[in-house]
Design a protein around this ligand. Structure first.
Ligand SMILES: [Zn+2]
Length: 501
């Protein structure tokens, strides 16, 4: 949380901006951040999708910069969103799991983009489509208006606790309606986060008139992949409406638009390749996400091919908005990548290649009962130095993987045994970050969260099934070389693993 200078209260700032607006437009552009829940980059036509057409997002990309290779920090909704809005990976911001006291809430000490905009004089608001980005996870910090979901339990006549799912998610058309209602009354400049969720949920489908041609089975259920593709198209339709209505409201200073996803989804190809069709894993289908930027200060018709991360969004936006960028964050300003001219390179030297990090702490997440079906998914850490991707499983080192993404973009050929020096380099980089979680989190301090997440299909209600919650793993600290089964090397970092003996 940013301490507010005593003379710069919201009221005084609003008064000053209000006086300024009597004579001239504010100089600062407004900002719209759109996060698409559970939306893979390769389902947008500007990323090459043949299954879905997304003309609004394609048009946004043409009016700005599209980043072809963007990695999310996690495949769990609040964890990944916390990275987008702090510029920090999970170990830095502290929100690591969906359910677990001590790890399931963004600490108030975190500094968010909304807090910086709020302090800088922007009118801040968030309008959401589902519970996992609610106030409960600490993602409301800095928002003057926060359209959150509050889960309410209901006890039926048999004593069973149930959840009114309708109160925990909404379709994108309703979210956009609520956004535009807020924006009509907003002060300029405004900072707005819109979270859209349709592809996450197979029961909250677009209107029947939009679903014509999508095959259904005998029970009326839509074909899951065709439904997913059509839901992405429905998002696109709502984004078109949102952009058309919102741009005039930003005034002459203009509107910066940033669009990304928190994570992707395994779907049928992920199931075929890696045996998993949902999220909570870290293959490309789960963490390759779209990233598009457009508006004042952003060039048109650019595509950036270098590896970037969703943590890079915050420092890029603070630069565009003229706000100070917090020190010590993981993200880096993206502008040098789209500027990219020889003159720029000569001025600043070579651009440092970006490594990317992602994690899943499923083994200590009270909501991740999927680890019973996928024990290899309990603890996952990814380190990417393109083209190399290390997929490290410290509780099962022998099932870890190393991929060459340039030759194997679908991550099917494990080179861990045949490229030990590469594996050692990447695992050393990972170990030096010390991202490990070796103690279980406490039981969630509000059982309502468990019920709400289960109602949304988050995977099985482990707290109800196992009241004791996740159990400790028998960690043993070893050197990087020992973890990889290599001869001892001087200067090795250490890390925790679980051995079979
Ligand atoms: Zn999500």
């Amino acid at each position: 949380m940013i301490p507010r200078p005593p003379i710069l209260s919201t009221g005084l700032l609003s008064l000053l901006l209000g006086l300024a607006s009597c004579s001239q437009e504010p100089l600062q552009p407004s900002l719209l951040v759109i996060t698409l829940d559970t939306t893979r980059a390769d389902y947008l036509s500007c990323y090459g999708s043949k299954r879905s057409r997304t003309p609004a997002m394609d048009g946004l990309a043409q009016s700005g910069v599209l980043f072809e290779r963007t990695l999310a920090s996690s495949a769990v909704t609040p964890v990944a969103h916390a990275s987008i809005f702090t510029g920090l990976y999970g170990p830095g911001h502290g929100l690591r799991v969906l359910a677990g006291k001590g790890g399931d809430r963004l600490p108030s000490a975190a500094t968010t983009l909304a807090e910086m905009c709020d302090q800088g004089g922007w009118d801040t608001a968030a309008v959401h489509s589902a519970f996992p980005v609610s106030r409960r996870f600490g993602l409301d910090q800095g928002f003057q208006h926060f359209d959150s979901f509050e889960g309410k339990a209901r006890i039926d006549e048999t004593g069973k606790t149930t959840w009114d799912v309708k109160n925990l998610q909404r379709r994108s058309d309703e979210t956009v309606d609520r956004t535009l209602a807020w924006a009509a009354e907003a002060e300029r400049p405004f900072m707005l986060w819109v979270h859209l969720w349709d592809p996450h949920d197979p029961t909250l489908t677009p209107p029947a008139s939009f679903m014509q041609g999508v095959p259904q089975d005998g029970q009326g259920a839509y074909h899951p992949i065709r439904l997913y593709a059509r839901e992405v198209e429905y998002l696109d339709l709502q984004i078109a409406r949102l952009l058309k209505e919102l741009r005039p409201l930003a005034g002459e200073a203009g509107l910066i638009v940033a669009l990304t996803s928190d994570h992707g989804e395994g779907l049928e190809d992920g199931m075929a390749r890696h045996g998993w069709g949902a999220h909570r894993m870290l293959y490309g289908e789960q963490i390759n996400v779209p990233l598009i930027l457009a508006g004042p200060g952003v060039p048109q018709l650019k595509r950036v091919t270098q590896l970037v991360r969703t943590v890079d969004l915050l420092p890029t936006l603070t630069q565009l908005l003229g706000l100070p960028t917090p020190g010590g964050i993981d993200g880096l300003d993206l502008a040098p990548l789209w500027e990219g001219s020889d003159a720029y390179r000569n001025a600043v030297g070579d651009l440092s290649p970006r490594a990317a990090y992602a994690d899943q702490i499923n083994g200590y997440d009270g909501n991740a009962s999927m680890v019973r079906r996928r024990p290899d998914a309990a603890f996952q850490f990814v380190w990417v130095e393109y083209p190399w991707k290390l997929y490290w499983r410290p509780h099962q080192p022998e099932s870890s993987e190393l991929f060459n993404l340039a030759q194997d973009s679908t991550e099917e050929i494990n080179l861990l045994a045949t490229r030990p020096r590469i594996a050692h380099r990447l695992l050393s980089a990972l170990a030096e970050r010390k991202p490990w979680v070796t103690e279980p989190y406490g039981a969630p301090d509000d059982v309502d969260v468990e019920g709400a997440l289960d109602a949304l299909g988050y995977g099985g209600g482990s707290a109800a099934d196992d009241p004791a919650g996740p159990q400790p793993y028998p960690w043993k600290w070893v050197s990087v070389s020992e973890a990889l089964g290599l001869p001892a090397a001087a200067g090795d970092a250490t890390l925790p693993i679980v051995t079979k003996d």
